[in-house]
Design a protein around this ligand. Structure first.
Ligand code: AHR
Length: 499
């Protein structure tokens, strides 16, 4: 059997985990908002039209921050259309997705929803078709108490206390030619600097995220980050990264290596942030907000059939299979292995649209990717230990890829040590060892595994539990040594606890 080892030292702490690394994303796109989180008249909806069956699953995922309202949608967004009496809100065309937006769910409804699912807002502003004026007005509306036009307007709209939104994205994917109001790096760097400055003048306690590259393969990648940060360094705290993967040529082993691309992306963006820091003799670090990541490709063909200018059509409704769940686990492990610099992560998206949660008029169900996200989000709290891996490798487009992905997390407050591990080997089991003698008095408390013989297995409304976690077996913890077998194509949560 192939051998693998995980090596840690309890004193070699990489970083505390910022819980916002387990964030998600709600965009006005397809059925994410309408028929997703919001469906007035549905039997499971509350008096505000918020679907409580969906909210319950979101709470299970445990999502500390949610990005809103886009995405590409935000580059044409007029926030003023989304507030005030619903009967007076205009229906507008949205060029990003070529649909009609009714504005029946808007800024204040979103803020109400955040409370029901225990999440914090991460609000994006429109730097595509709009600019400084709209940026300073929206934060006056959301964050000032009273006594000015927009803060009083919010009060007239029935919201007495400010929303106090702390985290702001300065536009979305402004490097992308598909974006309304697409900009060059220099144009964007300047407007991000001025918008960040104006918004901080209104509320100096906020944090801001500048747009980085839309993916690692963008022709402007690296030049973009360098130019943008050289302009707006002092006005921003994070730079965004976005990345989606797909098994386009049906080669599952290669597909599972994709998280190595994410790792490369993170390492290269950190290098650029630090180079700009050095050039500017700056004191602060710019950290990474990986605010869109997921698998996205299953729905590409069906989305070409969508009739334009309809309202919330079925769009980007990827049905995820078991191998997608393995890659999602690996992507989360990759971000955690960079927890010293990746502070925010947003699984794109939350409901119906490339999402872990699906809805119909009759129910809700969990897609395969729900499980690794929920397991890691709920149990992956504390600090990350430097995690060394010794495992066999395979050749991929990223070089030598390890069959084993793993990260070890210590939660001192709960006296817990948690290992998340993926065996990406599609043919062979891995014989795992891990020397944990430093954790005297600990015992093996939980071992939960996600495994299926069929990489293409899916969950549906009729068969929602085809892919679901089961109790792990074949692991022992004796005399401080963890050992046992990780079956081929499997994800594991292994937790030790002080007895
Ligand atoms: O999440 C779907 C889309 O992907 C977002 O709107 C956009 O930012 C990205 O290209």
């Amino acid at each position: 059997m192939k051998q693998a080892a995980i090596m840690i030292d309890k004193h070699f702490i990489l970083s505390d985990i910022d819980e916002r690394i387990y964030g998600s994303f709600v965009e006005h796109l397809g059925r994410c908002v309408y028929e997703g989180i919001y469906q007035p008249g549905h039997p499971a909806a509350d008096e505000n039209g918020l679907r409580q069956d969906v909210a319950a699953l979101i709470r299970e995922l445990n999502v500390p921050v949610t990005r809103y309202p886009g995405g590409n949608f935000v580059s044409g967004y007029k926030w003023e259309d989304s507030v005030g009496p619903k009967a007076e809100r205009p229906s507008k065309i949205d060029l990003a997705w070529r649909v009609v937006e009714s504005n029946q769910f808007g800024l204040n409804e979103f803020m109400e929803w955040t409370k029901t699912v225990n999440t914090q807002p991460m609000m994006a502003i429109n730097l595509g078709t709009r600019g400084l004026e709209a940026a300073k007005n929206i934060i006056e509306y959301t964050n000032l108490e009273k006594g000015s036009y927009y803060s009083d307007l919010r009060r007239q709209h029935g919201v007495e206390k400010p929303h106090d939104i702390k985290l702001w994205c300065l536009g979305n994917e402004m490097d992308g030619p598909w974006q309304e109001g697409h900009k060059t790096a220099l144009e964007y760097g300047r407007i991000a600097e001025e918008a960040g400055k104006a918004m901080r003048l209104v509320d100096p306690t906020i944090e801001t995220v500048a747009c980085g590259s839309s993916n690692l393969d963008m022709p402007t990648f690296a030049f973009w980050e360098d130019t943008v940060l050289s302009q707006c360094y002092d006005q921003v705290d994070y730079i965004s990264t976005h990345q989606y993967y797909g098994n386009h040529d049906d080669n599952s082993q290669q597909y599972l290596a994709s998280s190595d691309g994410m790792d490369q992306f993170i390492r290269e963006v950190i290098a650029i942030c630090d180079a700009v820091k050095a050039k500017r003799r700056a004191k602060k670090n710019i950290n990474i907000s990986f605010d869109e990541w997921n698998v996205w490709y299953h729905s590409n063909e069906q989305d070409k059939q969508i009739e334009p200018w309809t309202q919330h059509p079925h769009q980007l409704e990827d049905v995820y299979n078991f191998e997608d769940a393995l890659l999602v686990a690996s992507m989360m492990i990759t971000m955690l292995r960079h927890a010293d610099r990746v502070k925010i992560g947003c699984l794109a998206q939350l409901v119906n649209v490339i999402a872990p949660i699906m809805t119909s008029d009759t129910g809700v169900w969990k897609q395969t990717i729900f499980y690794p996200f929920a397991m890691i989000s709920n149990q992956g709290r504390g600090h990350v230990l430097h995690t060394q891996i010794k495992a066999p490798t395979f050749e991929s487009r990223y070089g030598n890829s390890s069959y084993l992905d793993a990260v070890v997390i210590e939660n001192e407050a709960a006296d817990q040590l948690t290992i998340f591990a993926v065996n990406k080997d599609l043919a062979d089991d891995l014989e795992l060892t891990c020397d944990l003698r430093q954790y005297e008095g600990y015992c093996l408390d939980q071992h939960v595994m996600l495994h299926h013989d069929d990489l293409k297995a899916i969950n549906t409304e009729a068969a929602p539990d085809t892919v679901a976690p089961v109790a792990g077996k074949n692991l022992t913890f004796e005399n401080g040594h963890l050992s046992g077998m990780l079956p081929s194509q499997s994800f594991h949560m292994i937790q030790l606890k002080k007895a």
